[in-house]
Design a protein around this ligand. Structure first.
Ligand code: CP
Ligand code: NVA
Length: 305
């Protein structure tokens, strides 16, 4: 399969068939990778992993994915690069493209990542920005399909912030026929342009303020931190505003009997989610973490030459 885009910047940039192709390749490769039998399709290729924010899952899964394909990875932080400060985004794009075969970047501003991708001649993969976290949601769809079958007609209820994850779920709802519900406090809604695009594409979504109403009939209950990386100064206010949005065993009573609970992690146990839910019988959070590896390896395999 060929992808119509050089870069993986957002789920909305791909067709449903292309996204389905990524998911199917991940499903095909997963058992081979687990058995250490994955063919080395990318020997001598290097992926630069650029980070302006901390990471466990994204860093480890991208680096391991590249090694499993027979290639190498390079970890570098923005402290060294100074993209946009020490030198321009354009120059970083041109220079990195001479050294490596792909760039994965975790950054603040989505616009700068788009600019990097525009000027790079190698694929650029979005490893999270303030606006989007597309690899996470693709891995989450993989996890949902492994546990519950096709995402078609499922109801995914996110309880929490209208953040980069909520925005990426909205983009996913523009391409796959499932229902997305976000329960958030007033004033914490997702990005307006993304909501407008979702409406324009007739995506099935709904933003609510009451988590108990929102969770009715959920197949998937989704959690994320009350404050994201870069919002640490707002932590106190957000903890108060989001207090009624904690995922507890009581809240889960409204979900379907066979629901699963996902959290992109890192979790603040006892804050947005209780230990009893994280470690409970419906939790699939560690399958979800593992699937970052499998989905991203498929994305690399399809994008990196
Ligand atoms: N879920 C996720 O992206 O985790 P990290 O921040 O640890 O990479
Ligand atoms: N919304 C969170 C996701 C972390 C994986 C953040 O941006 O920090």
């Amino acid at each position: 399969m060929k992808l119509g885009q050089k870069d993986f910047l957002g789920i909305d940039r791909f067709t449903t068939d292309e996204l389905r192709g990524i998911l199917e390749l991940a499903k095909e490769q997963k058992p081979l990778a687990r058995a250490h039998k994955l063919p080395h399709t990318h020997p001598n290729r290097t992926l630069a992993c650029v980070f302006a924010k901390p990471s466990l899952r994204t860093r480890v899964s991208f680096e391991i994915a590249m090694q499993q394909l027979g290639g190498n990875s390079l970890f570098i932080t923005d402290k060294e690069i100074g993209m946009g400060t020490r030198e321009s985004v354009y120059d970083v794009a041109k220079v990195l493209s001479r050294f490596v075969d792909g760039i994965m970047i975790r950054w603040f501003d989505q616009g700068e990542v788009n600019e990097l991708a525009e000027h790079a001649t190698v694929p650029v993969i979005n490893g999270l920005t303030d606006l989007l976290h597309p690899c996470q949601v693709m891995g989450d769809i993989l996890t949902i399909e492994e546990h519950l079958g096709s995402i078609e007609n499922k109801t995914v209820v996110m309880v929490g912030d209208g953040n980069n994850l909520a925005n990426s779920w909205l983009n996913a709802a523009r391409r796959f026929p499932f229902n997305f519900v976000l329960a958030c406090p007033e004033g914490y809604e997702p990005d307006e342009a993304i909501m407008a695009a979702a409406e324009n594409d007739s995506a099935s979504f709904c933003i609510m303020n009451n988590p108990h109403d929102a969770i009715e009939g959920a197949d998937v209950v989704y959690s994320d931190a009350f404050y994201s990386m870069g919002q640490e100064e707002e932590a106190k206010k957000r903890r108060a505003d989001f207090a009624p949005f904690q995922i507890t065993p009581d809240l889960l009573k409204g979900a379907k009997d066979k629901h699963i609970v996902l959290h992109c992690l890192p979790a603040h146990r006892g804050e947005e989610i209780t230990d009893s839910v994280m470690d409970g019988p419906h939790s699939a959070v560690f399958d979800e973490a593992e699937n970052r590896l499998h989905i991203q390896r498929a994305i690399i395999a399809l994008l990196v030459k």
